[in-house]
Design a protein around this ligand. Structure first.
Ligand code: 2M8
Length: 409
């Protein structure tokens, strides 16, 4: 059984391999996405290390002059996705979007190096690029030491309830006409709403209007939210970058300082009333009061926080398959609508492996078993209904297959 699933997972990576980069899935996502690609590299590392390093190299080849690594690289035009390169008008060496995504690449590169120590020369060449990207976050995205997103797509948790209040404050009345493509690939009931998309596009238009100048955007962008996903993944990635830097004989003093800053920032996201790490609107200073699976990334970031245990356990127990992206007991929970309830294997891996490392064995085992069960029963979907296990979103999904190969299987 396991062997068969291993083969299926490898076949999905091959199927989505465009030669040098991997699509999340054909049809719905016909380009290279940043954090998807890091997961893909790790999946490939379990059976084809050479291909794994190439994936990372292609991702980093899209890095902008200022250090940012965009959330989408549009290698070849594809009419099946909107908004494409003509709308985004990124200013990097490869047509791209104008925002970034959770920086998990350094952490997966560390895993790749464990699996394939002979890849060290390629890792060394990538290391300084990753450092430049991490420096970019530290320069442009901090609020009280926590990492902010400037667009919901930047967090990777597109329509999470975390952003609802901030989204309501955006005037998108002049966004104009556009045609979505996502809803022709999957059921619109599983996707973000038109209200969300109007604002997603409005924020892109604002970015384009200033040529994606981060300094100007810091002044005029109407959306800036400090986010636990970003803060915890960057904190973890800095620790992994530092460990690799020491191994390569690099000067890592600056990275140590970044880690201290991010640890302080992470603490500013602790919402005592919620009993969880929460997103905080950097423009208003208000917490969003949303209990999501991003809170449980604290362990992945190396923060073994006893305060976070009770609410996390409640979230695990509130659904058949852990861990729902949004608290199943909260008002507005939607088990099939994207980041407003479904369970995501990639988040399960980040949360579960962090718990394993920090000795939260019971919760970790539950999450890992549930992740495996979902794939055994329902294949390699983008995400699943946390109560029924129903596969949803895109099928034959790269990062889900990678999680099977690297961890759950
Ligand atoms: C989803 O986001 C894209 C926009 O970036 C979309 O809905 O069009 C998110 O789940 C994101 O986290 C993911 O990287 C991307 C590709 O799988 O899809």
């Amino acid at each position: 059984m396991t062997m068969e699933l291993d083969e299926q997972a490898r076949a999905i990576l091959r199927l989505n391999d465009m030669g040098g980069y991997t699509l999340p899935t054909h049809g719905l996502y016909p380009y290279q996405w940043n954090w998807d690609s890091a997961f893909a590299a790790w999946g490939f590392a379990t059976f084809d290390p050479d291909r794994a390093w190439t994936e990372m190299e292609t991702l980093m080849s899209g890095q902008w002059e200022d250090g940012m690594v965009p959330h989408i690289l549009f290698h070849r035009p594809d009419a099946g996705y909107f908004p494409g390169p003509d709308v985004w008008q990124g200013r990097g060496p490869i047509p791209s979007s104008g925002i970034s995504q959770p920086p998990v690449a350094a952490s997966f590169m560390a895993k790749m190096l464990d699996l394939d120590p002979s890849g060290e020369p390629r890792a060394r060449a990538l290391w300084s690029k990753l450092k430049k990207w991490h420096a970019w976050f530290m320069e442009w995205r901090l609020d009280k030491g926590a990492v902010c997103i400037t667009h919901p797509w930047e967090a990777g948790r597109d329509n999470a309830p975390d952003w609802d209040v901030a989204m309501m404050a955006i005037d998108a009345s002049d966004v104009g006409e556009y045609t979505r493509r996502d809803t022709s690939h999957v059921d619109p009931a599983m996707r973000p709403t038109k209200f969300d998309y109007d604002r997603y596009l409005k924020l892109v238009q604002i970015g384009v209007s200033v040529g994606w100048d981060h300094e100007k955007l810091r002044e005029i962008n109407p959306f800036r939210v400090a986010d636990p996903t970003m803060t915890f993944t960057l904190l973890r990635a800095q620790r992994d970058l530092l460990a690799m830097g020491r191994r390569f004989g690099e000067d890592v003093s600056e990275i140590s300082e970044w880690i201290t800053t991010l640890e302080i920032g992470a603490e500013t996201l602790w919402n005592p009333e919620l009993g969880a790490y929460d997103s905080r609107d950097a423009l208003t200073g208000m917490f969003n009061n949303v209990r999501s699976n991003a809170s449980a990334l604290c362990w992945y970031a190396g923060i073994n926080d006893p305060r976070a245990v009770p609410a996390t356990k409640r979230m695990l127990d509130a659904a058949e398959y852990a861990i729902a992206s949004f608290d199943p007991e909260a008002e507005g929970f939607e088990p099939l609508r994207y980041w407003r309830g479904p369970v995501w294997p990639i988040m399960n891996y980040l949360v579960g492996s962090g718990m394993e490392e920090q000795g939260q064995i019971e919760m970790a085992a539950r999450i890992r078993q549930d992740t495996a069960r979902l794939m055994e029963l329902n294949g390699f979907a983008e995400y699943y209904d946390p109560n029924e296990g129903t596969p949803a979103g895109g099928g034959s999904f790269t990062w889900t297959a990678a999680v099977w190969l690297g961890w759950a299987g």
